[in-house]
Structures are given as structure tokens and as C-alpha cells.
Design a protein around this ligand. Structure first.
Ligand SMILES: Nc1ncnc2c1ncn2[C@@H]1O[C@H](COP(=O)(O)OP(=O)(O)OP(=O)(O)O)[C@@H](O)[C@H]1O
Length: 313
């Protein structure tokens, strides 16, 4: 358990007790000082927990506090944070943190060197390094370009190398902070595939993104607004609202059609829209078809599911 002790200076954490289990933040608070001299929250009394092996999407508008929360979860020091937390399964060491810009986190000159360095930092033996480097390059699809210098690789390939190096730590948690935002569609898919593979192998993943099309209906979504967590629940409820709200909407529509009410009750905003975020095209289409009674939940997610639904409309 860690406490931020304001009397020890900014960002110094005091170990109170070790515990293995969930990574838990309690009442974590952080202020930012505006040019006007006013103080506003950067994190506003956040409570958050992450179980071992869990995947969480963190979303929110620009400046809502996603990166600040992500850095804290990775165990990186941030000046001026206050609150209480238990790092649980994530332990005392900083966890791998994959950023938006691969170039700001690459140390070596080629993918193979990058992975080797990452393993060396883990204290892995020389024999083991040789074997594991090849295995990681193979798994990440980088073997054929393992010795190509960064300047001859695309941004997507450099980001894959950053993920490969992050995965070399075999850490219990990896934080991706908008890791796909600068990439083309194919590279996004590759980076997401690697992250999902790590997750399948038991790594907890914090996935910060502005790309809401990456949300899965059955996955966990945490949405931030003005430094607060304003939603923590299922991806489908975040995108479409809860089923109970949808039913209430449908009842209101039926009443309006039957003339039981003079005016049609306006639909409520979904949590996604209430956060100031725009629904991606396909979820917006699903929501509209659902509201017209042409589609029932669970709404389609994959291309194959959409194809089937559209062929039946
Ligand atoms: N190093 C810093 N010092 C002071 N304020 C900061 C610092 N970094 C971020 N902030 C402010 O804290 C608030 C939250 O920033 P943060 O980067 O966590 O949000 P975000 O949701 O990740 O935004 P974005 O999507 O634009 O990256 C913003 O108002 C930002 O301007």
C-alpha cells in the first residue's frame, strides 16, 4: 500500500504494506495551476481498481486526464499527486508504457537491438537473450526487419518494435497511451492484435484511446471528463446506454405512436455522447436501427456480424 505523503515532498510515496491483488487507487487527487492563477483539478478524487489480467479501455476528450491516470497506473512518478493506493499485482517497479510517438521511447537503432536492450535491463542471461529475442521478433512479425534501422521503417513498424520491447519485460501490466493514434489502419490492427495476445497470456492491459471503434461491447470502459471518472462499465452500455434505458426509450416511442403522449420523448444521450465523444459510424448506425426497432441487442461488432444483419434488413 502506498500513500502520498505531502510532507515528504511532491510525488514521494511511502510503502505502508505490500499486497498482491488488485491495483487500487483511492481518492487520488491532483491539481493543475492555470495561467489565470486559478486552480483546477487534473485528477479529481479518483477511485479506480484493476484486477490482475484485466483489460480496460480508458477514453475521454482531450485534457480529461487519461494520460495522467495512465501514468499513475504504470507506476510512473507524477509530481503533486495525492491520495492512497495499493499497487497490488503491478508491484513496486514501473510498468511498460507504450506512448503515442514510438520515437520518444526507442533507445536502440534496430528492432532486434531494442528487444535485446529490453531483455538486458531485465537481467536476462546472454543465452536466454539470444533465444528470447528471436521468439519476440517472430511473435511480433518483426523478424524479417529485425536489423533494419529506424529511418528505413514506417511509424507503424517502429511502434510494433516499441510494443515488442515492452513485452520483453514479461510484466504483469502494460499501459498503452494512445499507442495507435498516429498509425495507419493496418498498423493499428497489428498493435491492437499484439496487445490482445499479451492480454490472452495473462497480462493486464490499460488501453487509452480516442479511437472508440476499438471498444468491445463486452469489455470494460472507463470514461473521464474534467479529471473525473464519469463512467465505468461495459463497452456496450457506454456506446448505447444500458438496456433498461433503451427499453424506456422504446416504451416512450410506443406511447407517442399510440397517441398516449402528445410529444415524442427525446432520446437520452448515451454515456459516450454525454462525455462529449462522438459515436463511431457503425455503433451510431446500430443505435439508430435499434431505436427504429430494426435491430436488437447485442448489436453487431465484427464485419461478419454486420454483413449478416444488413442482409436481413
Ligand atoms: N505536465 C503537466 N503539467 C501541468 N498540467 C498538465 C501536465 N500534463 C497535462 N496537464 C494538464 O492536465 C490535464 C489532463 O491532461 P492529460 O494529458 O492527463 O489528459 P488527456 O485526457 O490524456 O489529454 P489528451 O487526450 O489531450 O492527451 C490537462 O488539462 C492538461 O493540460
Amino acid at each position: 500500500m502506498y500513500h502520498v505523503n505531502p510532507f515528504l515532498g511532491r510525488g514521494k510515496f511511502v510503502t505502508v504494506q505490500d499486497a498482491v491483488g488488485g491495483l487500487i487507487l483511492s481518492d487520488v487527487n491532483m491539481e493543475r495551476f492555470l495561467e489565470s492563477g486559478e486552480v483546477s483539478p487534473r485528477l479529481d478524487h479518483i477511485d479506480f481498481s484493476l484486477a490482475p489480467g484485466e483489460w480496460v479501455h480508458i477514453v475521454g476528450t482531450n485534457g480529461s486526464g487519461k494520460s495522467t491516470l495512465a501514468r499513475l497506473l504504470a507506476g510512473l512518478t507524477i509530481d503533486g499527486v495525492q491520495g492512497t493506493w495499493n499497487r497490488g499485482f503491478a508491484g513496486n517497479r514501473p510498468m511498460p508504457y507504450v506512448m503515442q510517438q514510438p520515437d520518444s521511447q526507442l533507445f536502440a537503432e534496430t528492432p532486434r537491438q531494442e528487444v535485446r536492450f529490453a531483455l538486458e535491463w531485465q537481467g536476462v542471461s546472454a543465452d536466454e537473450i539470444l533465444h528470447r529475442t528471436e521468439a519476440i521478433l517472430t511473435r511480433t512479425g518483426l523478424l524479417s526487419i529485425g536489423d533494419v534501422p529506424w529511418e528505413r521503417l514506417s511509424g507503424g513498424q517502429r511502434q510494433l518494435a516499441a510494443v515488442a520491447a515492452a513485452s520483453a519485460a514479461s510484466a504483469p501490466l502494460i499501459v498503452f497511451d494512445e499507442a495507435t493514434s498516429m498509425l495507419d489502419e493496418q498498423s493499428c490492427t497489428e498493435v491492437l492484435r499484439l496487445a490482445r495476445e499479451l492480454h490472452r497470456q495473462g497480462t493486464a492491459v490499460v488501453w487509452v484511446t480516442q479511437r472508440l471503434q476499438e471498444i468491445e461491447g463486452s469489455g470494460r470502459v472507463v470514461a473521464m471528463l474534467d479529471g473525473r471518472i464519469v463512467f465505468d462499465g461495459l463497452g456496450s452500455d457506454f456506446l448505447y446506454g444500458s438496456e433498461a434505458e433503451a427499453e424506456a426509450d422504446a416504451d416512450a416511442d410506443a406511447d407517442a405512436v399510440a397517441g398516449a403522449v402528445a410529444l415524442r420523448t427525446p432520446h437520452t444521450l448515451t454515456p459516450c455522447q454525454a462525455c462529449g465523444l462522438r459515436l463511431p459510424y457503425l455503433p451510431a448506425l446500430a443505435l439508430e436501427l435499434g431505436r427504429q426497432g430494426k435491430l436488437k441487442r447485442p448489436y453487431p461488432e465484427t464485419a461478419a456480424e454486420w454483413e449478416q444483419v444488413l442482409s436481413q434488413l
